[in-house]
Design a protein around this ligand. Sequence first.
Ligand code: SAM
Length: 265
Amino acid sequence: MADQEQHQQQQPQEKNGRGGVSERARRIQRQLQWRRARGADRAFALDVGGHQLEAIQITGGETSGLGTGAIVWDCAVVLSKYLEKNLKSFQPPPASIVELGSGNGLLGMVCALFFDQAKVVVTEQAPLLPLIHQNLEHNGTNNPRVADVEVVELNWGDRNEQLEADTISWIVVSDCVFNNAPYDLLVDSLVLLAKPETKILISIEHRNHKHEDLFWQAMKEKNFGVETVSREDLDEDFSADDIDVYFLSPPPLVPLAAVPITTLA
Ligand SMILES: C[S@@+](CC[C@H](N)C(=O)[O-])C[C@H]1O[C@@H](n2cnc3c(N)ncnc32)[C@H](O)[C@@H]1O
């Protein structure tokens, strides 16, 4: 299990190559190309696994009451491209996927395309639900799987009987650990929704270490395990030095036989 406490994977020392430009500088230049392209356009186009997706974005959401999720964030692109690169390695493929804090729905749409047998549910706060529906309709015409994605309102920490009753194979979370988001409520949702067999796939952009530390500390207290995805397993182009992807596992159920019952003595 990799050490997530370092948050950001250390890159090996990179010496300057010819022309004095280090490999690191070249990599950062490559990253900036797609990170800038994501920007403030009306729609963000992504080619994944031979499918063309276009996420309609609304800029200025943070001041108009929509919050941060009305545009596509880099973490969603990194996670989508990680799935694309490693698709064959996910065996058995997830039978059900729930996304938390889906924003505009891009990652949920990607999951629906890649895992065509899976039930996919994307969740968000109420103000962003119309944008998610718009994106599902917009992309569902060419990609029928996208039209099957279910949309559910979920504020982290709130109870949802249906979601809690399901055995969810994967919970996917992109860019939901940052200083303005209530990490403790996100942890509450993960605890409420994850069964011992659930895997949580989460991408984090390292902006505010203090806030991220609080999230990891809370997950540790809930006895979740964590494995950092190696940078080599991320897409070479669609990755970034300040973004990591992690698999989290809920604590296994403790068999009753393993619990010492002193009151029976
Ligand atoms: C930075 S955006 C990321 C959006 C999308 N996952 C992406 O990567 O493009 C953070 C998301 O978390 C959602 N969020 C923040 N607080 C939340 C809460 N208390 N309950 C549910 N969602 C929340 C926001 O609505 C927003 O969509």
